[in-house]
Design a protein around this ligand. Structure first.
Ligand code: FA5
Length: 337
């Protein structure tokens, strides 16, 4: 029995078979168990002799089973480790990395520039009241200049803001008429304009407001000149043209000179050689007063620029719709802008 069992144990290579061998010899109906059971029928003299032999055989078979079982477990473990091993020589899968939208990069660049000049960045709601969008900016109901900004009304009193200028009034109100203001506010605005290469029904503006004692038009000019040169290059000039906004007096529009021709060609600049990029002016005394600032003591300037127009000028984008149609081939070009 022993040699037969040991041979079988030696010959097997799987756990299930090993278990079957165990049952065949040591199980309830196993052959060795049969021998031990039959011992009752033996004579007194024979019993201890056979008993001893049978025990030795059981021990030998049990040991052999245990050893084999260990070997098989070890082998199984090695196989599993091999199967789970990571092949570090395989080429990696490329992870697609996104990047900021060109408009986001431009806004961040402009924010950094103004933060460097002591301005803080503020926000205001896109759904605005008629009061802040118009009335607080010296545009009472029925004022003809309201037509300059064709408006999406939600109710009689609520609208989608047509410019970021309401944040001027909101900020001054918050400062309670007593603190100097130096803020810029980037954000989305909405107008019932027909979309074309230079107009969009939703676009973004960056508002600026500077209020303190003795603020003059020359301060406005200085800040805007610094902005233009840092944004577009030292060779650029600015020009202020008289304009009209109900919330500033005097009001101007700022043009920037087109890039001078260099060795690598000239930038597109039709007509006069100047491009308009923003509206600005000295804050109207009525606006200061409505927001709780004493116009005898305080004065200030404000400006509002179209962010898309700045980006178009800086990067030679010729259609504003490119910013909003999300063609990845267009957007990708500016991921490191
Ligand atoms: C205003 O919105 C004033 N709030 C600006 C201002 C602020 C003046 C503070 C004085 C003091 P205007 O409507 O001109 O002004 O718009 C400002 C800029 O937004 C324009 O110069 C242009 O660059 C951009 N813009 C206007 N309409 C559109 C449009 N439909 N699509 C894209 N950009 C536009």
């Amino acid at each position: 029995i022993q040699s037969e069992a040991l041979e079988k144990i030696d010959g097997t290579n799987n756990v299930k078979e090993l278990q079957e061998i165990k049952v065949a010899y040591l199980g309830k109906k196993g052959s060795l168990t049969g021998v031990l059971r039959g011992m009752g029928k033996l004579s007194k003299e024979e019993r201890p002799v056979v008993g001893e032999i049978a025990n030795k055989v059981r021990e030998a078979i049990t040991d052999a089973l245990e050893q084999k079982s260990e070997i098989l477990e070890q082998e199984a473990m090695e196989k599993q480790l091999e199967a789970e091993a990571i092949d570090i020589t395989l080429p990696g899968r490329q992870v697609k990395v996104g990047g900021p939208h060109l408009l986001t990069s431009i806004v961040e660049e402009i924010e950094d520039l103004f933060i460097g000049m002591g301005f803080e960045v503020r926000e205001g709601p896109e759904v605005e009241t008629d009061y802040y969008n118009f009335e607080a900016l010296n545009l009472p109901k029925g004022h003809p200049a309201r037509d300059m900004q064709d408006t999406f009304y939600l109710t009689n009193e609520l609208l989608m803001r047509t410019h970021t200028s309401p944040v001027q009034a909101r900020t001054m109100r918050e400062f309670d008429g007593g603190k100097p203001v130096r803020m810029i506010c980037p954000g989305k605005v909405y107008r019932r304009d027909t979309d074309d290469a230079t107009h969009s029904h939703q676009f973004t503006q960056i508002e600026g407001l500077f209020v303190d004692e003795n603020v003059r038009m020359s301060d406005l000019k200085g800040i805007l000149d610094t902005f233009a040169k840092k944004m577009f290059g030292q060779e650029r000039k600015i020009r202020l043209r008289p304009s009209y906004f109900p919330f500033t007096e005097p009001s101007v529009e700022m043009d920037i000179s087109c890039k001078v021709c260099g060795g690598d060609g000239c930038s597109v600049c039709k007509g006069s050689g100047w491009i308009e990029i923003l509206g600005a002016g000295m804050v109207h005394p009525n606006v200061l007063e409505m927001a709780g600032y004493d116009p005898e003591k305080y004065s200030g300037f404000a400006f509002g620029m179209g962010t898309e127009r700045i980006a178009m000028l800086k990067y030679g984008v010729n259609d504003i719709r490119q910013f909003y149609t999300n063609d990845i081939r267009f957007l990708k070009q500016y991921h490191n802008a």
